[in-house]
Structure formats: structure tokens, C-alpha cells
Ligand binder design. Structure first.
Ligand code: COA
Length: 270
């Protein structure tokens, strides 16, 4: 945004609020009356806004939260799939995974979930697709799908096992019990637990640091870490390749010059 233009950009959506301010894209799921449950329209807006985040150089980091004090996201919107059959169920999971959950995980700008209350089903899956999770101390996290005769379909079985190990993942999924924020921190499901009042400022503190780092190196780091534990992919090879590519960037030259000249680097993302 150039001189004379507003310092923030509001994007118009029906189910989410999206504001770009000081290089951070704030996304708030805004269906408080339904505990921010993810209906089709919300998922489509999320897919759109993540594309925007990916494509805009001004966006250096993303913060996703839920509106209100009660819920981050209480799951996929149950009312929308009550009469689905196998094909429709598969299509729902496939489209959601590809367009939203995988897109968030692959986003080359760090994405932080600020979990401000219930994170259930698709809500916890959304948080797990983000790169970093911070929970408020009132948050409860769980995958209760088996209570509906379902299993998680937005990557939950895979990402939960990756974050907390198979044993704990299976326990959470088969008991359908939600866990507290402090238990989630203990088992590595969230990075930090803070009070609800401190939730956004903790996320902004991390994003403030992230904004000062070399954007292309952040993207390379995310691609490399995402390769960890992905079957059929040699993550070490990805890392070697990404490491090598960093040397051709202006940011590498700037980072090294700044170090040698004992000054703060100013990265261009080139
Ligand atoms: N899908 C659709 N609507 C949902 C929803 C979901 N996943 N979660 C909550 N809602 C709706 C409720 O139907 C209710 O709508 P209404 O006021 O029109 O009846 C509104 O959000 C408030 O929820 P309510 O259940 O009244 O709040 P609560 O404080 O009593 O309970 C929860 C909170 C989170 C325990 C409860 O809403 C719940 O169990 N939600 C479903 C969680 C789930 O199974 N998620 C996985 C889906 S795959």
C-alpha cells in the first residue's frame, strides 16, 4: 500500500472478517451464533482468503481466530451433511482438504491459530493445519466425530498423529473427549496457553518477530518442515534443495551483509 492510502485493507466476505494491517492478515471466522461452525460458504471464503495471503507480498503472516469468547470453531457445520452418502462424504472431505486445510498448511507465510474457545472436529483440524497454535486457557480441543458415527475428514487423523503421536491421537479420537488447553500444551498440540485477554497479543508478538525475518527463507523453511514425515518424500533432500536455493536470493546477501556490518537486516523478499 502506497503513501496516502489507508494503513489497513478490509476484504469483504459474508462469513469471515479479513483485515490486512501492518503486514499481518487477520482472519476471524464470524458465525458466532453457530459457534463459528464451518459451512460450505465459510470454507469457500477461507480458501479465497488463503490464496490472497499467498499471492500478496505485503502479507508476512496470518492470524486465524474465531469471533466471540466461546468458540474458535465448533466443527464442520453438521446441518449441511446430515443426508450425505459415501460419494458426497468423500467429495466433502477431498474438497475441504485440498482447498482449505492443505492450502493453509502449504501457505508460505506463517499461519498462527489463536484458539479462543471450543476447537472441535473441523475446528481442531483447522487449527492443526496452521503452523503454530496458541490457545486461551478456556479452550477445549477435541475430535468428537465418532459421536456422530463419523471420523475426522479434514486431515485430523493424520495431523493429530503427527503432532501428539499415534497413541494419544487414537485415544482422543476414539473417546471423543475434548482436552483442556493445558493438557494440549503438555502433549504438544498447542505451542502456548495464555489468558483470553492475552491471546491476540501473544500471536502478534510472534508475528512481529516473523515479519522481520527473510520471507523467502520462511517459505523455504515451511516447505522443508512440511516434508518431514510425508511418505514418498525425502525431507532431507527437500531441505538440501531449499537450502541451496536460498543462496540465490537478495535476502541472503542482505542478511549476511547486515551481520558483517553489525546492522539490522532489511529484507525485500527477493
Ligand atoms: N454444526 C452446526 N451447528 C453447530 C455446530 C456444528 N458443528 N456446533 C454448534 N452449532 C450450533 C448449535 O446447533 C446452536 O445453534 P442453534 O442456536 O441454532 O440451536 C449454536 O451453534 C450454539 O450451540 P449450542 O450447542 O447451543 O452451545 P452449547 O454451549 O450448549 O454447546 C458445544 C457447545 C460445542 C459443546 C456444542 O455446540 C457441540 O457439541 N457442537 C458440535 C461439536 C461437534 O460435534 N463438532 C464436530 C462436527 S464434525
Amino acid at each position: 500500500m502506497g503513501k496516502g492510502q489507508p494503513k489497513f485493507l478490509i476484504m469483504e466476505y459474508q462469513n469471515i472478517l479479513s483485515v490486512l494491517k501492518d503486514q499481518i492478515l487477520y482472519i476471524t471466522i464470524n458465525r458466532e451464533h453457530k459457534l463459528n461452525a464451518l459451512n460450505k460458504a465459510t470454507l469457500s471464503e477461507l480458501a479465497d482468503v488463503i490464496k490472497f495471503a499467498e499471492s500478496k507480498d505485503e502479507v508476512r503472516g496470518v492470524l486465524i481466530t474465531g469471533s466471540g469468547l466461546k468458540a474458535f470453531v465448533a466443527g464442520a457445520d453438521i446441518s449441511e451433511f446430515s443426508s450425505f452418502d459415501t460419494q458426497q462424504g468423500e467429495a466433502l472431505a477431498r474438497a475441504g482438504q485440498e482447498n482449505v486445510f492443505n492450502a493453509i498448511e502449504r501457505c508460505t507465510k506463517p499461519v498462527i491459530a489463536a484458539i479462543n474457545g471450543w476447537a472441535l472436529g473441523g475446528g481442531l483440524e483447522l487449527a492443526m493445519a496452521c503452523h503454530i497454535r496458541i490457545a486461551s486457557d478456556n479452550a477445549k480441543l477435541g475430535l468428537p466425530e465418532v459421536m456422530l458415527g463419523l471420523i475426522p475428514g479434514y486431515g485430523g487423523t493424520q495431523r493429530l498423529a503427527g503432532l501428539v503421536g499415534k497413541g494419544r491421537a487414537i485415544e482422543m479420537i476414539v473417546t471423543a473427549e475434548a482436552i483442556t488447553a493445558s493438557r494440549a500444551e503438555q502433549i504438544g498440540l498447542v505451542n502456548y496457553v495464555v489468558t483470553q485477554a492475552e491471546l491476540l497479543s501473544k500471536a502478534e508478538e510472534l508475528l512481529g518477530k516473523i515479519k522481520q525475518r527473510a520471507p523467502l527463507a520462511l517459505a523455504a523453511a515451511i516447505r522443508s518442515v512440511n516434508a518431514a514425515g510425508t511418505s514418498g518424500i525425502n525431507g532431507y533432500e527437500i531441505e538440501i534443495n531449499e537450502f541451496g536455493k536460498c543462496f540465490d536470493t537478495d535476502d541472503f546477501k542482505e542478511g549476511v551483509s547486515a551481520f558483517l556490518e553489525k546492522r539490522t537486516p532489511l529484507f525485500s523478499g527477493k
